[in-house]
Design a protein around this ligand. Structure first.
Ligand SMILES: [Zn+2]
Length: 86
């Protein structure tokens, strides 16, 4: 692993302490090299919205809380995993 792209998630109001926190999330997508699309006339890929719920830890009180994140997912590079960086 370790080849995912890092995205920064900003929690503006933490449900535990109501402060703002920043987290890094590693998004790993599978890249299908050599994909041939035979959908003529439908060359535009429509991204889907992928919703995932992950546990984040409040650094102030050291308590966990759940956040539902929404990522855009393209058919040619589906999201494999989404991990919160510790
Ligand atoms: Zn907090």
């Amino acid at each position: 692993m370790g080849d995912g792209e890092k995205e920064t998630i900003t929690i503006s109001s933490c449900p535990v302490c109501s402060e703002g926190h920043e987290y890094s999330v590693i998004v790993t997508r599978s890249t299908s090299i050599g994909l041939i699309s035979l959908d003529f006339g439908q060359s535009k890929q429509q991204p889907r919205k992928k919703r995932v719920t992950r546990l984040f830890t409040c650094p102030t009180r050291n308590e966990n809380f759940q956040v539902t994140l929404t990522f855009l997912e393209y058919p040619s590079s589906p999201i494999n995993s989404i991990e919160v960086e510790k």
